[in-house]
Design a protein around this ligand. Structure first.
Ligand SMILES: [Zn+2]
Length: 254
């Protein structure tokens, strides 16, 4: 999971969603989830609201339109971060929409939404907070360890340590390492540079979380141990231009 910057919602789309929320609001409380689901699935809503939303989310998604949870599969579904069964009034709330693959959406997250004793979410929203505040990726193994209870619950709910994802992250680690090594050679030979083909290869890799974890871990205590076999790669990861080009942050439009 990586930090994702949310794009602003175009005014016309906002204007199409407001009356839909109003229709849910005037529905009797016990029937709101059913009403919300019916409105969301209506072909007219899909065409005028669902498709433009999906388009926006695809532009925000990591790599080539990857799932915002696993970072591996193509993001095909609009996921309600807070499930509409829990809060139907957030069905058409732009800040509640993420892009997920059908596997994460249907087999893992589903309607799960852990909260703390105050009712605050205990699931990372990658568009509102930096996932790396809660998660530490073991680069060699490809699995996450939790840095907080929210991290632990996110790993569990989203199945972030499933075996296929761990293997994919190991592979991504090798690819990003090769690209950075090549970038390091160019830095030595040509001086400051930003080789577009390498940047694109790194950015369009599935598992964008691997490169983001490398950029963070090289600046953390213990970096010498993590990158003991890769001192040349660690040097590239510390280069200000490389960091500036590759580091992702959460930027919110509101
Ligand atoms: Zn996924």
């Amino acid at each position: 999971m990586i930090p994702i910057s949310r794009l602003p919602l175009p005014a016309e789309l906002d204007q199409r969603m407001t009356p839909l929320t109003e229709q849910i609001r005037v529905t009797e409380e016990g029937d709101r989830a059913k009403k919300a689901r019916a409105l969301w699935r209506r072909p007219a809503t899909r065409a005028t609201v669902g498709e433009p939303l999906r388009g926006l989310l695809r532009r925000m998604a990591p790599g080539v339109e990857r799932c915002m949870y696993c970072g591996d599969n193509l993001g095909t579904d609009i996921d309600h971060y807070e499930p509409l069964a829990r809060d139907p009034l957030r069905t058409f709330d732009w800040l509640n929409h993420l892009l997920a693959c059908s596997h994460c959406n249907s087999h893992h997250k589903r309607d799960l939404f852990p909260v703390d004793e105050r009712g605050l979410p205990m699931l990372i929203d990658p568009t509102a907070e930096d996932p790396f505040d809660h998660l530490l990726l073991s680069l060699s193994v490809g699995e996450y360890a939790a840095l907080s209870e929210k991290g632990r619950l996110t790993i569990e709910v989203c199945g972030l340590n499933r075996a296929d994802l761990a293997r994919g992250r190991q592979q991504a680690y090798r690819v990003v390492t090769l690209c950075l090594r090549e970038w390091g050679r160019e830095l030595r030979d040509r001086g400051p540079c930003r080789p577009e083909a390498l940047v694109r290869t790194i950015r369009e890799q599935p598992f964008a979380d691997v490169c983001q974890a490398m950029l963070r871990q090289v600046e953390m205590p213990g970096a010498e141990t993590v990158f003991a076999d890769l001192p040349d790669v660690a040097a590239v990861l510390r280069d200000p231009q490389v960091r500036d080009t590759l580091t992702l942050k959460v930027v919110t439009p509101y």
